[in-house]
Write a protein that binds this ligand. Structure first.
Ligand SMILES: Nc1nc2c(c(=O)[nH]1)N[C@H]1C(S)=C(S)[C@@H](COP(=O)(O)O)O[C@H]1N2
Ligand SMILES: [Mo]
Length: 399
């Protein structure tokens, strides 16, 4: 094995091609654990086209990697992730109002929300555990491959304008969020999250009532969900029912026990001080990352040349450059960046390779943000398997 391939976490070519045969047609990443490769199937949860089903209780479906040939992920292909199994249906929201508890309590209807100034924000919604299944050694949890993410244009009022309707007290430190889904068993903690006041008031935090020009799909949070640009999707609470401005840190399982990373492991611009402990912090800002969506692992490509295409994203500085390797990370070429859809969006890239030598090849991609952050060469091990941003590798055959 080349030293560089080792650094990139690439196993032997033989191991990869054997793994690539299982789960054929699904285009699952060759590095996913065998168990996941055996159980994953293409299926459609309500209102969706075919996604990769990892679980039905709770609903956990990821997007197929081909979708990331485009910067905007269509609603029907957008991934679905829940922690709980008691989910609302269309009828649950007849006469729906969103309760806001601030200095006073107000209840806002959909038309109250759409009467406020509306913001369009194109932003990546990515589960903290995206690519957990590619961790070596494997860690417990949903074995996500590459598709626990998507990018959409979200529309709705800014959270700060919604909070202003109820009034924000001087000593407020967090905004607490609750959604209409619940646990089927009383022993499972309800999904309750909070964000620090500064992020709650930021331009990139909105109460989205539309996604890519349509109402939110039921499984992506109808009728309203929080959108927190630059932050992992765990704060993007779906089916919002209640928002509370608080002077205390939220003491919920999903804040204090889950979704945490070793203190200081990942860079943050805006600390979540009220939820930090000495040893561990809540996971908040995403790391710079990229994915190759064309060709797919195991594809045959032409030696006269082929196109490498995909997307890159970060936590809000925007993507400055993308490099593609045709030799598993030994040498790199600068890819072309497509239209800029804003600092929180996917940035599409393409590289036309020109003539390539016949035989096996391993493609790799590495993005660099405008803040000059680049992807990890060695996986940052953490107990929950978050923030995997080692370069995505795609083994192909040049014929
Ligand atoms: N109400 C509610 N909101 C939620 C969750 C949930 O379980 N319930 N999961 C969160 C997590 S961890 C993720 S990754 C995203 C997934 O968003 P999606 O299902 O729209 O893709 O929703 C977030 N919001
Ligand atoms: Mo998540």
């Amino acid at each position: 094995m080349q030293r560089r391939e080792m650094l990139l976490g690439l196993g032997s070519a033989a191991a990869i091609s054997t793994a690539a045969r299982a789960g054929e047609g699904l285009n699952l990443d060759p590095m996913l654990p065998e168990g996941t490769r055996e159980e994953a199937v293409l299926a459609s949860p309500p209102g969706k086209s075919r996604l990769i089903r990892l679980a039905d209780r709770p609903l956990n479906y990821e997007t197929q990697v081909q979708a990331f040939r485009e910067a905007i992920t269509p609603n029907e292909q957008f991934f679905v992730r829940y922690h709980l199994t008691d989910l609302p249906n269309e009828n649950s929201f007849n006469g729906w109002k969103l309760e806001i508890a601030g200095e006073k309590t107000v209840r806002l209807s959909m038309s109250d929300l759409t009467d406020l100034p509306q913001t369009d924000l194109t932003a990546v919604c990515q589960c903290s555990g995206n690519r957990r299944g590619l961790f070596q050694p494997h860690v417990a949890g949903v074995q996500w491959g590459l598709g626990a993410m998507g990018c959409a244009t979200w529309r709705g009022p800014r959270l700060r304008d919604v909070l202003a309707k109820a009034g924000v007290a001087q000593d407020a430190i967090e905004v607490w969020l609750d959604g209409a889904d619940g646990p089927a068993l009383p022993t499972t903690p309800d999904f309750r999250k909070s964000v620090p006041m500064k992020k709650a008031m930021a331009d990139e935090t909105i109460v989205a009532v539309a996604m890519n020009g349509a109402p939110l799909p039921l499984t992506n949070g109808f009728p309203a969900r929080l959108v927190v640009g630059g932050w992992t999707a765990t704060y993007w609470v779906k089916h919002l029912s209640r928002i509370e401005v608080s002077s205390k840190p939220l003491d919920s399982f999903w804040m204090q026990k889950a979704y945490r990373v070793p203190a200081g492991m990942f860079p943050v611009n805006l600390p979540f001080a009220s939820q930090n402990k000495d040893t561990d912090w809540p996971i908040t800002e995403m790391v710079v990352n990229s994915v190759i969506a064309e060709p797919l692992a195991g594809d045959q490509v032409a030696r006269s040349g082929f196109t490498v295409r995909g997307v890159a994203w970060d936590r809000g500085s925007g993507i400055g450059r993308v490099d593609v390797s045709l030799d598993g990370g030994k040498t790199w070429q600068n890819a072309l960046l497509d239209q800029n859809l804003g600092p929180y969006a996917f940035r599409r890239f393409t590289l036309n390779t020109g003539p390539v030598a016949r035989g096996k090849a391993v493609l790799a991609v590495r993005a660099t943000s405008n803040a000059k952050e680049t992807q990890a060469t060695v996986l940052k091990q953490n107990p929950a398997g978050y923030q995997n941003n080692v370069p995505h590798l795609v083994p192909v055959t040049v014929a």
